[in-house]
Design a protein around this ligand. Structure first.
Ligand SMILES: [Zn+2]
Length: 360
């Protein structure tokens, strides 16, 4: 094999602006054999070598370099490591097979979809802002919320095709936990409170990002952070807030009564040592209208010591949470109107689990 050929870019699209990290693909290597060129990162440089008889990259090879260049640009914005970038490249090339001749918008979508799927397969949630910044770095423009929604929709459709055609699967549990952790960070929760949010998300049987969003919404409400952030826009795919809390029971202390039965339009706090109700909303009829306030009262107004058995329930702003029961509903948009889907979740937390409640 002679010295690596230098590529001679024919158009700005071919200019290689960084190191691609394509290595041995994990699956079908067909794309590489067919193209006749090998790209190997030998940090800190990258080696291009052409195995074919021709002296210069063919149109198809140039197209592949262009794909890798785009993928690298997006990977940089989304802070992928070399291994993830290689996995995303492999996924992308397996999906486009021999057909590397794609227009700019298609390339942007393919690069982003491949990256998101690669991260989801590893159980890592992706931030919506990063997706939009990467789209911009690839030359796409997003003027407003409508543009972003269109992009979300297109990406989603493409990802579904890639998932089914390439046979990729996301790590749903990991993704749920990762999304929950991102939202805990967004809410500024301490470690103990973050652990409660993550545990609640895991207990919610829903799509990973939705489950994390619902859990974050509940924790934000009851700890007094509901005005802090637009939670549902943080993790990709962002959603307009489509969940509503219908009822909540929180069991406090470190006892063994962990049954968190929930009734609609009712919030209550139960002592885990004696099982008595130490706080509940007085008027279930008004609950849907004054929900935020009631939910915040749930923990901030709960007694620090159980009035009946004397068990410790809270220590200053730190509230000992033993179990959470939740009823909520999702508003699902259909072509004809909206469907309401009612759901329920329960989680028992290890003794010592705590939530930090904000001061008024
Ligand atoms: Zn008690």
């Amino acid at each position: 094999m002679s010295e690596p050929e230098a590529t001679s870019p024919g158009s700005p699209d071919d200019i290689f602006d960084g190191l691609p990290h394509v290595r041995t693909p994990e699956g079908d290597t067909n794309w590489r054999d067919k193209s006749g060129f090998v790209v190997e990162p030998k940090a800190p440089f990258v080696e291009f070598s052409y195995m074919g008889r021709h002296k210069a990259p063919s149109i198809v090879e140039k197209a592949r370099i262009r794909i890798m260049s785009a993928l690298h640009a997006a990977s940089k914005v989304m802070e992928l490591g070399p291994d993830d970038e290689a996995a995303a490249a492999d996924l992308l090339f397996r999906f486009v097979k021999g057909n590397g001749l794609i227009n700019n918008e298609r390339l942007r979508l393919l690069a982003l979809a491949s990256i998101i799927i690669t991260m989801w397969r590893r159980g890592i949630a992706v931030r919506a802002d990063d997706v939009y910044r990467a789209y911009g770095a690839l030359g796409g423009t997003l003027a407003d919320r409508t543009d972003r929604k269109k992009l979300d929709y297109k990406l989603n459709a493409l990802m579904m095709r890639i998932f089914s055609e390439v046979g990729a699967r996301s790590d749903r549990d990991g993704l749920k936990e990762s999304a929950a952790q991102a939202l805990a960070g967004e809410l500024g929760l301490d470690d103990a409170s973050s652990a409660v949010l993550v545990a609640l998300a895991k207990a919610i049987n829903d799509k990973p990002v939705t489950a994390a969003n619902v859990a974050a919404m509940v924790i934000a409400y009851i700890t007094g952070r509901w005005g802090a952030t637009r939670l549902w826009d943080v993790v990709w795919p962002p959603r307009s807030r489509m969940a509503r809390i219908d009822g909540l029971t929180v069991v406090l202390g470190d006892g063994d009564h962990v049954n968190a039965e929930v009734e609609e339009n009712t919030v209550k706090v139960i002592c885990s040592r004696c099982g008595s109700v130490v706080y509940s909303n007085m008027d279930p009829e008004s609950f849907p209208y004054v929900k935020g306030l009631v939910l915040y009262n749930l923990l901030s107004k709960a007694p620090h010591v159980c009035p009946r058995c004397g068990a410790g329930l809270a220590d200053g702003r730190r509230v000992l949470v033993r179990a959470i029961g939740l009823k909520y509903h999702l508003l699902i948009s259909l072509s004809k109107g909206t469907k309401i889907e009612k759901k329920e979740a329960k989680v028992v937390l290890p003794k010592g689990a705590a939530l930090q409640v904000r001061k008024r």
